[in-house]
Write a protein that binds this ligand. Structure first.
Ligand SMILES: [Zn+2]
Length: 227
């Protein structure tokens, strides 16, 4: 199978599915990363891409380094506005995703859960569902939604349908690779006990592993599986 990870921000692709990607790559499968929003520009009151040029270049370097560590075949960065994707027409996001799907023809697509705080994550969740709608000839056989620490668990479960994983991937042999790829995103990572720390990501993987009786796992919601 060919897999595409469709994420909002540089680091989400590793936070959500870095272990699964490392496992697939190690097995010889092709994985492509698509990152849709630019990152960094939401730190300013008004979006100023030029003022964040250095940060954006650094994030792109991090994305390529992390992709290399987990063995992804390619990484593509688009430039939708960071944390402002609710101001973009959904169809414009869908069209861009469709272009990348047509290029790589993935049979498995991994993207954000709808249960997140982050608005870009939820916009992309909706856009991916639209772009992968099962028309005749659609190659996507598996659509899965990942959790993103510092967004999924920050959404109070009483405010929206909470993340409810039903698909677990044993990443016992790939946790170290995932954590190393997160290390490539040093500007985005925080100190423990922040949810987006290396320690928190390891503890989550251990906890998900315990859920299925293995050393470490990543958990996903099942969007659609076509057997
Ligand atoms: Zn994100």
């Amino acid at each position: 199978m060919t897999t595409m990870v469709i994420a909002a921000h540089p680091d989400d692709e590793v936070l959500g599915a870095g272990g699964f990607v490392a496992k697939l790559s190690a097995a010889g499968e092709e994985v492509h990363h698509l990152i849709l929003a630019e990152g960094a520009t939401s730190r300013d009151d008004a979006r100023d891409v030029a003022a964040r040029d250095e940060d954006l270049s650094e994030l792109a370097r991090c994305a390529h380094k992390a992709a290399g560590i987990v063995g992804a075949a390619s990484v593509t960065l688009e430039s939708f506005p960071d944390n402002r994707m609710d101001g973009v027409e959904l169809l414009d996001v869908v069209k861009v995703i469709e272009q990348h799907l047509a290029k790589h023809k993935p049979t498995r697509v991994l993207t954000h859960s709808n249960s997140d705080v982050n608005i870009d994550h939820r916009v992309i969740h909706d856009a991916v569902i639209a772009a992968t709608r099962p028309q005749p000839g659609n190659a996507v056989r598996e659509l899965l939604f990942f959790e993103t620490m510092s967004s999924t668990e920050w959404r109070p479960p009483t405010s929206i349908n909470p993340f409810a994983p039903t698909y677990f991937v044993d990443i016992s042999d790939h946790l170290e690779t995932k954590l190393r790829a997160l290390g490539a995103y040093a500007p985005e990572m925080r100190e423990w006990p922040h949810a987006r720390s290396i320690e928190a990501l390891e503890y989550l993987a251990r906890s998900r592993g315990a859920s299925i009786g293995v050393q470490a796992a990543e958990a996903f919601e099942t969007g659609r599986i076509c057997a």
